[in-house]
Structure formats: C-alpha cells, structure tokens
Design a protein around this ligand. Structure first.
Ligand code: NDP
Length: 499
C-alpha cells in the first residue's frame, strides 16, 4: 500500500541524494499508529560526504558579508511563514501535536529565531571590540565562525529545534549537518529545500537521517567543530563525552524535572492555568515542563477543585479539528514508557490519583483508538522520594506536592540533579523576585509558564544542559574569539637588547 508521503532521502551539497546504506525505517503517525513514509538511513560514507560538502561550503559562507547572510536567512523566514500551514500539517502528522498548536507555535517560533539572528548580524551584532591600549597600540577582536557543526534534534518540536539550531549556526557563518530524531524526520528535507530556495549556497545546511548510531558517528567525526544537541540527559552525557574526545564545542539542551511554586497569595485561576500549561501543553512533551507543582497545604481543596474543573478543557480528538488541544504521545516506545510511569505512580509510589490514569482519553473517536493516546493525569499528595516526582516522564503527568512554608518549597524544589526551568505564582512582587533568585534553574517564569521567545536565552543548569540557545547570548557559543594587538610604535619592546 502506498504511504502518504514519498520516501525521504538525504539532503546534502544543495540537493536531495539517495542514501547508500540500502536500509530504511518508517516514520509513524502516532495518532493512528500507521506509517507515513519510508526514510533512507545514511551510511558512514554518506555522512562523510555531507560533512565534506559542509566543509567546502564553509570557505564561502564564512566569508559572506553579514548583510548578505542576513538577506538569505530573512528570505528563508518569509518562505517558512508563507508555507506555515503546509509545514504545520506535516508536523502534526509526524509528531502527533494538534494542528492548533503546530500552526501557531512550531513554525512561527522557528521563523522568529531565524529572523532574530538575521537582524542581529545584519545590525552589527557580531562586530568585535576595539580598545586603544596606548597612543600607538590597539587591540581589536573578531568573532570568527567555528567550521562544520552538527545539530541533533529531539522529536518534540521537530522543525522548531532544527531552526533554533541552524538559524544561529548559519548566522554566525558556520555550516551544519543536521540529524532529526528518527521519530519525526519529515521536516528535515523541507527545511533544507527552503534554505536552498532562499539562496543558501550548496552544502551550508545538510540533512542526514538515521537513529542514535548516525548521531554517534556525527558527534565523534574529526572534521566537526561543534555539536549542538537536544535530548535526554543520559544521551547528552554520551554525546558530550564523545565530543570532548576531539575537543569539540558543545551546546547541550537536555531534560528537566522543573518545579512550579504556587505561593499562598497566588491568584487561584492563574495558578491552575499555569500548572496546566506546564503539564499538558504538547501532551506534556516539553522539556521545560513544570511537573512538580508545589501548592500551599491550606490551598489543597480549592486548588484541586479548580484543577478538576479545568481538566474538562483538555480536548483530545482529531488532530486537525480546531477544538482539539491535546494529541497522542509521539511514538509507541514513548507511550509505553509514560504508561509505565503512571502505573508506577499508582502501584509502587502509591500517590493519590486525582485524575486520568491508565487508558485512553474519554470520547476518543474509534479511528484513533490504535494511536498512542494517554489521559492527562494528576497525582496528588506526592512526596519528594517518589519515582514519578524524581524522574522526567515527558508526558502529561502532574505531581502535586503540598508544603507549609515558601522556604521549604524552595528547598525541596532545588533538591534535584536537574535545573532546566522553574517558576513562581504570586501577587507579591518582592517575593516573586526573591523566590526566583533562589531557584536553581536556567529558565524561570513569574506568573506565567512556557513562553520562550527568540529574545530570551534559554538553557539548563546542573545536569539539564550546557550553554544557551537564543537571545544575544545564544550566538556567542557559535563563534570563537580572535584578539589582535597592533603596535604602531615602530620598535619592538624586546628584552634581548645589548646591555
Ligand atoms: P534522546 O536523547 O533519546 O534523542 C535525542 C537525539 O539524539 C535523537 O536525534 C537521537 O536519535 C539522538 N541520539 C541517540 N543516541 C545518540 C548517540 N549516542 N549519539 C548521538 N545522538 C544520539 O531524546 P528524545 O528524542 O527522547 O527527546 C526527549 C528529550 O529531549 C527529553 O529529555 C527532553 O527533556 C529533551 N529536550 C530538551 C530540550 C531543551 O531545550 N532543553 C528541548 C526538547 C527536548 P534517534 O531518536 O533518532 O534515535
């Protein structure tokens, strides 16, 4: 039977090229558990060829003036916006995220970052510094690109991750070989074609497909200068270790188990809305999810009541229906993992199941029953030692933890090896800043959750990552500094002079 999409090949040196491995895998529509396309797997020879193409392109692209680079990246952002719905439709089929989400967030926030860095470099953002050292001597600095870089993406925000990595990489004058997650590979070729159409020279952005072994080959390749990785902490550690073997630069965007502290004075509706966005948006498959929700003990009854009322607004259903705001999990393997955590929460951790649990969402249409759907799930009266409270589940599973004092909540919030995100809900301005200041996380929010605009540098503390993406800071890790001292005195200050 013909699949909905044609076979995906590789894309390097400016065009689609067949893989030589003779091997393929299938990408699956998680809403229905049916295959979407065959994907050709890159062989080592194919990866070498893509890296060589990126290496050749580097000599041209790195010398392309900022304004000219910016014009191409801006054109790519325009093309992405023009094709928003078409791309979002494929993202929905590939990732299982509702079209209400992919059509308003995924492509848009990717194009925003492209536009942001195009404007940044076009406006002189990569200029160096000049210092007059003394009357006849100067120091000037230059921000030089690194070379061929590798981008490795997770499956939860496929094209957005590809754009967050490639926009800054290319703006800084580097070239990239990108590997999408094997669970959501369809966007890779589309993005490469858009870049080419926008005028990007052949070889500047390349895509190779495959699973972890393709990623491992890329990250240990001697011709690669930097690896930008998004994925789990455990994989990130392997990737950083392999990159360190040849002294590559790394940016690591990893997982989290982020705390959301609701203070006693918080506005109840806002707090519940924040907790729901922090747990059920994208069916809980967001790295910054606030899955540990700390609530004042004396707020238990109203908080749980309002949460249960609002859970009725989580609407699983056909992904292209404009009422649907909750999709399936993105793959069978992930579906089984999340169900196992829910089972563990009930049977081993013995947390109180307030809502959801095992089984499919209510009223799910018959034709979606085979898909990887789970219920939005809330455990309450949780304790810090439970496995569901300690480990990243990456699904729609909220743990409510009650506390007596805000200081206690902060201490418990920080008692984790991860430090990706954190947030606080309070009407007290001073308390908001005091609590945020004490929370050990790289991305923090006050009275909101989840927004991550191009201007905001984001990255994790502790085991949640290394470096940041986006914002002015985000581009600094894609360039290397060169400092030059120029002496105009006409004489070298030597100690080896005749006595
Ligand atoms: P994984 O770590 O399983 O995979 C991430 C990517 O790494 C995939 O492309 C994967 O390939 C590839 N990979 C696997 N093994 C290796 C290896 N040895 N060397 C190089 N690459 C390898 O993460 P998931 O895809 O499951 O993504 C979910 C995770 O990502 C969550 O932990 C989430 O928190 C995190 N994440 C972090 C974000 C952040 O900005 N901090 C943003 C989004 C997600 P393949 O899948 O094809 O096997």
């Amino acid at each position: 039977m013909a699949l909905p999409f044609p076979t995906r090949q590789l894309y390097y040196d400016g065009q689609v090229r067949p893989a030589t491995s003779g091997k393929t895998f299938q990408t699956i529509n998680p809403a229905t558990a049916t295959p979407l396309a065959d994907i050709q797997i890159a062989s080592h020879a194919d990866i070498d060829a893509a890296i060589q193409a990126a290496d050749r392109a580097f000599s041209v692209w790195s010398k392309t003036p900022y304004i000219a680079r910016a014009r191409i990246l801006q054109k790519a952002a325009t093309l992405l916006r023009e094709r928003n719905d078409e791309i979002a439709r494929v993202e929905t089929l590939d990732s299982g995220k509702a079209f209400t989400e992919t059509s308003t967030v995924d492509v848009v926030t990717g194009a925003d970052v492209l536009e942001y860095y195009a404007n940044y470099i076009g406006g002189g953002g990569l200029n160096g510094e000049t210092t007059q050292l003394r009357e006849d001597a100067w120091v000037y600095t230059k921000k030089a690109p690194l070379g061929v870089c590798v981008g490795i993406g997770a499956w939860n925000y496929p094209i957005q991750i590809a754009l967050w990595k490639s926009a800054v990489c290319l703006a800084a004058g580097n070239t990239m070989v990108y590997k999408p997650s094997e669970f959501t590979p369809l966007h890779g070729e589309t993005l490469a074609q858009i870049y080419t159409e926008a005028g990007l020279p052949a070889g500047v952005f390349n895509v190779v497909n495959g699973a972890g072994d393709v990623g491992a080959y890329l990250t240990s390749h001697p011709s690669v200068a930097k690896v930008s990785f998004t994925g789990q902490v455990s994989t990130g550690m392997k990737v950083a270790g392999s990159a360190a073997g040849s002294m590559k630069y790394v940016t690591m965007e990893l997982g989290g188990k982020s705390p959301l502290i609701i203070c006693p004075d918080a506005e109840l509706d806002n707090a519940v809305d924040g907790a729901m966005m922090a747990n059920f948006y994208s069916t809980g498959q967001v790295c910054t999810n606030g899955t540990r929700v700390f609530v004042p003990r004396n707020m238990k009854q109203p908080f749980e009541k309002r949460l249960l009322e609002k859970l009725a607004f989580v609407r699983a259903g056909p992904l292209f229906d404009d009422q649907t705001n909750f999709g399936p999990l993105s793959s069978e393997v992930h579906y089984k993992k999340v169900l196992e955590y829910i089972r563990h929460g009930k049977d081993v951790d013995r947390a109180t199941l307030l809502a959801g649990g095992l089984g499919k969402p209510e009223n799910l249409p018959h034709d979606l029953q085979a898909g990887y759907w789970v219920r939005p799930t809330v455990f309450t009266d949780c304790t810090d030692d439970m496995r569901i409270v300690k480990e990243e589940i990456f699904g729609p599973v909220m743990s409510i933890l009650y506390y007596d004092t805000v200081d206690e909540a902060v201490r418990r919030a920080n008692a984790t090896e991860m430090g990706l995100a954190a947030g606080v809900f309070t009407k007290d301005l001073n308390r908001a800043h005091r609590v945020i200041d004490q929370l050990q996380a790289g991305i923090t929010w006050v009275n909101t959750w989840g927004e991550s605009p191009a201007e905001m540098a984001v990255g994790g503390w502790k085991k949640s990552g290394l470096g940041v993406e986006n914002g002015h800071k985000g581009i600094e890790s894609w360039v290397q500094n060169k400092s030059t001292l120029v002496d105009m005195s006409g004489a070298v200050a030597t100690v080896f002079a005749k006595l």
